[in-house]
Ligand binder design. Structure first.
Ligand code: GLU
Length: 284
């Protein structure tokens, strides 16, 4: 018998959910249900500067309205900070993290180029005595990669990939203003929750190279990924609430039919001006 499949939808409560989120949730939900598996809900609420607690009940109501039922308790990343800290301590003990006090402007000014997450870190604080109090902690990428050797991961749509985390440079794993970066928290949570199929938009395809590296460094289980296409507007840009894509909460309150909307997304019946773009390399 095939192993149980477990997927998750992992929204960040930084803004109201829109159709792009609904599509992501439908994909994660349906892939699990089609194989008798489980669908989890995780709230990625650790970005202190952007996360808004009042949006969390709205997210739950949106999913309920769409007819998407999740299994088990809702996971809040804010309740898991000690596990992120413990993992970071393990990496520090291997001398794989170093404190960095550079500002964004300083990184930008000296950056050797742009990686998938933005300007590549120029390495300014690597090997320097930096006061760790209140600093960010970066992964020494070259050292990490030399420790694990070559790695591979599998995308259900794009096939086997050679992990290329080097393109990110020394990524931040513990942020100054947040207890953990997305890369660290999401990787740890997917392993802790036994997620076997990580579904998310193709805009996060490159992040998986870093996640695969972290799994190897921390001895975590390795899922399969499914990077789905993204809903884009007629100008080719990702849907965004700030550009006027309707919030699910507004549609819900206006009396729109949630399950009918979920069904429309399943059958690629998108509202006028919105289309699905598949494949990798879509800018976040
Ligand atoms: N929290 C991320 C977002 O809302 C999704 C992360 C993931 O699925 O890995 O874009």
């Amino acid at each position: 018998m095939a192993a149980m499949i477990r997927t998750r939808f992992a929204p960040s409560p930084n803004g109201q959910l829109h159709l792009g989120h609904a599509y992501a949730a439908v994909v994660a939900h349906d892939l699990a249900r089609a194989r008798g598996g489980e669908f989890l809900l995780r709230i990625e609420d650790i970005d202190g500067t952007r996360s808004r607690a009042e949006l969390i009940p709205e997210i739950l109501a949106d999913l309920d309205w769409l007819g998407l039922r999740w299994d088990g308790p809702v996971v809040h990343q804010s309740s898991r900070l000690p596990s992120y800290q413990a993992a970071a301590e393990r990496l520090k003990a291997q001398d794989l993290l170093y404190p960095c006090r550079c500002t964004r402007a300083e990184v930008l000014a000296a950056s050797p180029g742009t990686g998938p997450d933005g300007p590549i870190y120029p390495g300014t604080c690597r090997g320097r005595a930096v006061d760790p109090a209140g600093a960010a902690w970066r992964l020494d990428m070259a050292k990490a990669v030399s420790l694990t050797g070559p790695l591979e991961w599998t995308d259900a749509l794009a096939g086997v990939q050679r992990a290329q985390p080097e393109a990110f440079g020394d990524v931040v794993l513990l942020r100054k203003e947040a207890p953990a970066s997305y890369h660290l928290a999401a990787t740890l949570d997917d392993a802790a929750d036994g997620v076997t199929l990580v579904t998310r938009g193709a805009d996060l395809f490159a992040s998986t190279h870093v996640h695969r590296l972290l799994q190897a460094l921390l001895g975590l289980s390795v899922p399969v990924w499914h990077h789905h296409g993204l809903l884009v507007e007629s100008d080719g840009r990702k849907l965004a609430k700030r550009r006027g894509s309707p919030a699910l909460a507004d549609l819900r309150r206006s009396g729109a039919d949630g399950p009918a909307l979920a069904q429309a997304l399943r059958t690629a019946l998108f509202p006028a001006g919105i289309s699905l773009v598949s494949g990798v390399g879509i800018a976040p």
